[in-house]
Design a protein. Structure first.
Lengths: 402, 303
């Protein structure tokens, strides 16, 4: 019990060394090396089934790794059982004890560790989440958002060196989730604990975490500050999971001192060497939709601008702050463009002939070997599917009319 | 803080209850049944318990009276048997609980991943019901008889005194009661544990509860409804049981319980008022004990 005795003065480092986790029939975590510095807010982001929840359970001690070690604050806890680890979890299901009052739920961990004045401390934790007036209620008498805050108070009251959050905001509606995100972030800053947050919501991960690790198929694809991940994704998975990306693949056609140019359907697309992971062979170049400019006339290109086109606008959708265009460029494929609705600049309607351009500095070169994955996976783009369905329906209607 | 903005949500309100004639109509057969087969016999039983012998009448002839002394007489005469009944029933209930809880936990929690095994084990728990309860008790009588290999074996190993018996002892009666009521204890506990959310146990472990602590603080309270039902289903019939304690089965002359006394008064000495008075006493004591027990365990909604 040494590790779990007393309150943690501050957060602790978490180190995962060579973790692998196999279940009968499948491997949840292929190979994981991860260091989370003390006091940071770390998010593990990934689609469902990518191994992120398993990672959390390994840290909590609810699962044992097949190989590898878990270190908390430099101490090997791999062999310790969950109740011996200085870790608390806010569960996705909240897992509040239905037979206890809210207050007793919060005091549970304190009582187990025989900490003085558990009731006072539990009240204090409930005041932190502004639920002290409901202390005598049973959990099932509370709303989802209130239960979530009780779960948070129940974990936080123990002042764990490491707090694990397993999609804790998943059950909340959008407005509540926003408020809780801000609240969680401010609690983390004020108590200075290490938070490990697991989520599939890329926006949540980016707004809350100092460091985001994108997980896919049991591996960490890329890790870094949210801005870095967004501006310079290293793999196609990251480029598409974290926001949207336009990807173009082609052989490297020329190299200068600080840039490479890639032949995309006969057009040279330039990307700085510093923003490309590979400089030879077949390379995939990406650019974010909001970095693209839409032109109704062929733009004048210079060394600092890439341009593709002409293409045809096949879909326009207005989302309020921006308008999203889907442009079909022959030989290249579909390109998504977001333009801010600022009342100026060209606007295009469906069927219009357009060009797209972007600043060379905004492109990024991916590390993936494009041969390993299809160039444009036909089913990946839901927007494309929607457009196809719409066109099919329209042609059917026209055929009927005729 | 931002919390105030969404802390107004209160618990769900209960749906208003509407009195309806249809509901009453649907209840009618049940009410009639209870009146006819419960209330009428109960009144008849109370009336019988207060009867007095017909003066100069035949053996077993009684007439309506208000002879409350019947109660005093049976309590003074059969006080030992009354106390014995509840002691045996209590012991059998405790043993049945100690045996059944692990079985129910194993089937309901540990075997969740294998529903087929779960069903198979449940069938095994219920299987004894396929054979008459009398036959099974008789079988135990021969298994535990003096000449059985168990008793002779124990004697050969000097684990039992050469002149000792097993059948006819209080231990044999309590054993029989425990054995016969284990399924009644296991099934309700299984039903409660089967619904147990194991994520709560994980939460308990995460909150520094050792396995034993999470068992007593989380698992037991959450299966309390099953424990209470199991205890009632075991204790009530066990207190009134007259098969196991009978000298024709596992008991002897020194083990007779209230049920045996009622049986002999009714069938042998034809003392109907005494038998009826004993029945009323048995029923009242059970009612008082059960009410107190259910109140204590905080599951009033069971009754």
């Amino acid at each position: 019990m040494a590790a779990a005795s007393g309150f943690a003065e501050s957060g602790a480092d978490l180190d995962l060394v060579g973790i692998q986790k196999r279940f009968p029939g499948f491997t949840a975590i292929e190979h994981l090396d991860l260091t989370i510095p003390a006091g940071s807010f770390f998010a593990l982001l990934g689609p469902s089934g990518c191994g992120k929840t398993t990672t959390l359970r390994l840290v909590a001690g609810l699962e044992d790794p097949t190989t590898g070690q878990v270190l908390i604050g430099g101490k090997d806890v791999t062999k310790l059982r969950p109740f011996e680890r200085p870790v608390n979890t806010v569960f996705q299901s909240y897992a509040l004890f239905p037979h206890m009052t809210v207050l007793e739920n919060v005091a549970f961990g304190l009582r187990r560790r025989k900490i003085a004045d558990p009731i006072d401390k539990a009240h204090e934790a409930l005041r932190l989440v502004e639920l002290d007036h409901l202390a005598t209620r049973k959990p099932q008498q509370l709303s989802g958002g209130q239960q979530q805050r009780v779960a948070l108070a129940r974990a936080l009251v123990n002042r764990p060196a490491l707090l694990l959050l397993d999609e804790p905001l998943g059950a909340l509606d959008l407005k509540l989730r926003r408020q809780m995100q801000i609240e969680l972030k401010s609690i983390q800053e004020s108590v200075g604990l290490t938070f490990l947050h697991v989520t599939h919501d890329q926006e949540e991960a980016m707004t809350m975490a100092d460091t985001v690790a994108v997980m896919n198929k049991g591996r960490i694809e890329q890790m870094g500050a949210p801005e870095v991940l967004y501006e310079l994704p290293r793999t196609a998975f990251v480029a598409n999971f974290l926001g949207q990306s336009n990807l173009f693949t082609g052989p490297v056609a020329g190299t200068t001192a600080d840039a490479i140019s890639v032949d995309v359907a006969g057009v040279k697309v330039v990307v700085p060497k510093s923003r490309a992971a590979r400089h030879t062979g077949t390379v995939t170049i990406g650019v974010r939709p909001e970095k693209l400019a839409l032109h109704t006339e062929k733009p004048a290109t210079d060394a600092s601008t890439n341009a593709l086109g002409p293409g045809r606008v096949i879909d326009v959708s207005f989302t309020g702050v921006s308008t999203q265009y889907l442009v079909d460029i022959p030989g290249v494929g579909n390109v998504t463009v977001f333009t801010q609705n600022m009342g100026f600049g060209p606007t295009a309607h469906e069927g219009a002939e357009v060009w797209v351009s972007w600043h060379v500095e905004h492109g990024f070169g991916l590390e993936d070997d494009p041969d390993a994955e299809p160039r444009f996976s036909p089913d990946a783009d839901t927007q494309m599917l929607a457009v196809q369905t719409k066109n099919e329906l329209q042609s059917e209607l026209e055929a009927e009319e005729a | 803080m931002a919390f105030t903005a969404f802390s107004t949500g209160t618990a769900k309100e209960q749906a208003p209850r509407r009195k309806s004639k249809i509901a009453l109509l649907l209840l009618l057969p049940g009410i009639l049944y209870l009146l006819l087969f419960f209330l009428v016999p109960l009144v008849a039983l109370i009336a019988t318990s207060l009867q007095e012998p017909v003066p100069f009448g035949d053996f077993g002839q009684y007439q309506t009276a208000f002879r409350w002394q019947n109660y005093v007489e049976v309590i003074t005469t059969y006080g030992d048997q009354i106390i014995r009944s509840f002691t045996y029933a209590l012991l059998a209930t405790i043993f049945a609980l100690l045996f059944s809880y692990p079985i129910a936990y194993f089937i309901g929690v540990k075997c969740r991943q294998w529903p087929l095994l779960q069903n198979l084990l449940l069938v095994l728990v219920i299987a004894p019901f396929f054979i008459s309860f009398l036959l099974r008790t008789l079988a135990w009588k021969s298994i535990l008889a003096d000449e059985s290999f168990i008793v002779t074996g124990l004697k050969a190993l000097s684990l039992m005194a050469p002149d000792a018996h097993f059948t006819g002892t209080p231990a044999a009666v309590v054993f029989g009661l425990t054995y016969n009521f284990i399924p009644f204890m296991t099934l309700p506990i299984y039903a409660a544990l089967e619904r147990l959310d194991t994520r709560l146990l994980e939460a308990g472990r995460d909150l520094y509860a050792k396995p034993a602590t999470s068992f007593f603080k989380i698992t037991v309270p959450l299966s309390m409804a099953g424990i209470v039902s199991g205890v009632l289903l075991t204790f009530i019939p066990a207190a009134g049981d007259y098969i196991n304690a009978s000298s024709r089965f596992l008991g002897g002359s020194s083990t007779s319980m209230i049920g045996n006394v009622i049986e002999s008064n009714f069938l042998v000495s034809l003392n109907y008022p005494a038998a009826a008075a004993l029945s009323i006493i048995l029923m009242s004591i059970i009612l008082v004990l059960v009410t107190a027990y259910v109140k204590r365990s905080g599951t009033e909604d069971l009754l």
